[in-house]
Design a protein around this ligand. Structure first.
Ligand code: SF4
Length: 297
């Protein structure tokens, strides 16, 4: 069996940074460390951090007054930040700098009177936080596909900007940009899609042209991992796409019967989980040829 492992696997820089900040806080045992909601979309990594002492609350009213609180990679709403600021709680901002850039664009341009069009998923925590930074004096809308362009009732206005959720698919964004530009030539467009997710997508596309089975590793609640699954399913060569959160979920018979396997992960999947999956696939196949592109960090 041939195995191809993408070189774009494991944590992205934003997740790495957030986990490093959290681990440093946890080493100092003098204060309890809390996260507001899940820090990242991977249950196994969240369990590991909880075993080191991290506590999760969903409401700031549940935080003790002298706590340390780490902010998740997706960011939190403006009013929640402001409310914590009025307390003695120490905030450590784990918001990914790329997510932060999106928030800064929304603040700057809405303050200048631009309406904001966002290509994203309204139910995703990144978008939930992002919209809270838009100046309430302008209009905004979140669209999740080009079919929702018709819902933008301010498109004929002069001052509009377009931004995207950092983990959205770039090719879909290009399509939306093209269609919106036809309706609004003055539209200001910002490419806010994270390059690290674009590289993973390109890698998934390339590997999916060479194998009959793709194994996608990551949290089922991770938007960027689900997108990799969609990309793999679009390949004419791939017969089977297997999405697992850990090695335990691998369908042994299907893996044993395939000729070639491509392996890729979402941006919040730890390397130790990926290594277990690779090891299990190798064990299931006595004779294999593995093109392992990823370097252990
Ligand atoms: S995928 Fe990109 S935007 Fe999202 S946390 Fe990672 S580095 Fe930041």
């Amino acid at each position: 069996m041939k195995i191809i492992v993408s070189k774009y696997i494991g944590f992205c820089s934003g997740v790495k940074r957030c986990i490093k900040l959290t681990e440093e806080l946890l080493k100092n045992k003098s204060k309890e460390v809390y996260a507001l909601g899940e820090l990242l979309h991977n249950n196994l990594e969240m369990e590991r951090l909880k075993s080191l002492g991290l506590k999760i609350v969903n409401n700031i009213d549940d935080l003790p007054q002298n706590a340390n609180v780490i902010i998740r990679t997706h960011g939190i709403k403006k009013d929640v930040f402001e409310k914590i600021d009025q307390t003695k709680i120490k905030v450590i901002d784990g918001t990914c700098p790329i997510v932060k850039t999106n928030q800064k664009i929304a603040i700057e341009y809405s303050n200048k009177g631009y309406n904001v069009i966002i290509y994203g998923d309204i139910n995703h925590p990144e978008i939930d936080a992002l919209v809270s930074y838009i100046n309430p004096s302008v209009k905004y809308i979140v669209i999740n596909s080009d079919s929702e362009i018709q819902n933008i009732d301010f498109i004929s206005e002069e001052k509009n900007i377009l931004i995207a959720q950092t983990t959205k698919q770039f090719s879909e964004y290009e399509n939306i940009i093209r269609k919106l530009k036809q309706k609004s030539p003055s539209l200001k467009v910002f490419n806010t899609i994270c390059k690290q997710t674009i590289m993973r997508e390109v890698s998934a596309q390339k590997i999916a042209q060479k194998v009959d089975t793709m194994v996608i590793i990551g949290g089922k609640n991770s938007a960027n991992t689900k997108k990799l699954e969609t990309i793999a399913k679009q390949s004419a060569k791939v017969k089977k796409v297997i999405f697992v959160t850990s090695a335990k979920e691998l369908p042994y018979e299907e893996i044993t019967n395939c000729n070639s396997v491509g392996i890729i992960s979402g941006a919040s999947t730890p390397l130790w989980v990926i290594d277990e999956v690779i090891k299990t696939i190798k064990l299931l196949n006595g004779g294999y040829r593995c093109k392992n592109n990823h370097k252990k960090k």
